[in-house]
Structures are given as C-alpha cells and as structure tokens.
Write a new protein. Structure first.
Length: 150
C-alpha cells in the first residue's frame, strides 16, 4: 500500500512542482502539509482558499492559519461549528494556537489540492468560511468576515 502511495506521489509531484515550491520559498514537505489542509477544508474554490493561507503565511499581521480542518484533525470530532474549547486544544497541529503550518500533513492530499497549494489564486483575502451550500464566502477584513458569519 505504501509503495502504491509513493508511486502515485511521484506521478503527481513533478520536478516542476518541486521548483515551484522553491519559488514560493517553501519546502516540498510544507507544500504537502498545506495541500493536506486545503484537501480537508474544501471541495471547491481550492485556489482561493490556498490564497487565504498563502496571504496569512506571508503577512506579519496574521500569525495563525486558523484552519478548522486542523482542529478537527486534533479532536477527531467533525463539527459544523467549532467551539472555543475546540480551538484551544493544545496541539502543534492546532493552527488556531500554533503559528504557521503544522508539523506535517493532516491528510493525503489529492492532485487538485497539491496544485492549489503551489498555484494559489491572487487575492487580498485573509478569511473564508463555508457558505453552507457547497461554496465558500471570502473576506478581506475580520469585520466583513463577521458580517457574513453571524
């Protein structure tokens, strides 16, 4: 099984992808970690969600990625809404309390999530949330984000 997974990885993660990771100032491991978060966060809008995470990683204003998927990975309790207790669970994988990327992937990312991690959309977004209909809502400011998510 592991050999099959590694063979598939070698098919998907090309030298071009490795070079692109370097252009972004990221290691292959960091790209795979980010791709795994994108994989678990969404089924659509991958490039825009990737842009939110890239924008946060590059910003001195945003210390945390604040990914619900990383909290669910830690708690093993899928929920529509996280509680304050959930987002304060102590773990290096909890991106609400641990700066930057977690120490490793939280899932096995598919080709679309890997591509999105390497080629994010250009945006000014720092927030996103599930709109409840399979799409996502994106915001530049926290106030705008709150107004879309009462």
């Amino acid at each position: 099984m592991i050999d099959m997974c590694l063979a598939q990885f070698d098919k998907v993660y090309t030298e071009e992808y490795s070079a692109r990771a370097k252009e972004l100032g990221m290691s292959d491991h960091e790209i795979m970690t980010l791709a795994s978060i994108i994989e678990k966060e969404c089924k659509t809008d991958r490039e825009l969600i990737s842009s939110v995470f890239h924008n946060r990683l590059k910003s001195s204003q945003f210390k945390y990625l604040e990914s619900c998927a990383t909290v669910i990975y830690v708690t093993r309790q899928p929920k529509d809404r996280l509680t304050y207790a959930d987002i304060n669970v102590k773990s290096p994988y909890n991106t609400y309390i641990t700066p930057g990327l977690p120490p490793g992937p939280i899932a096995s990312p598919g080709a679309a999530a890997i591509h999105a991690a390497l080629y994010p959309a250009e945006s000014e977004y720092y927030y996103f949330s599930d709109a409840g209909d399979g799409t996502n809502s994106f915001s530049v400011t926290y106030e705008e984000h709150l107004s879309k998510n009462p």
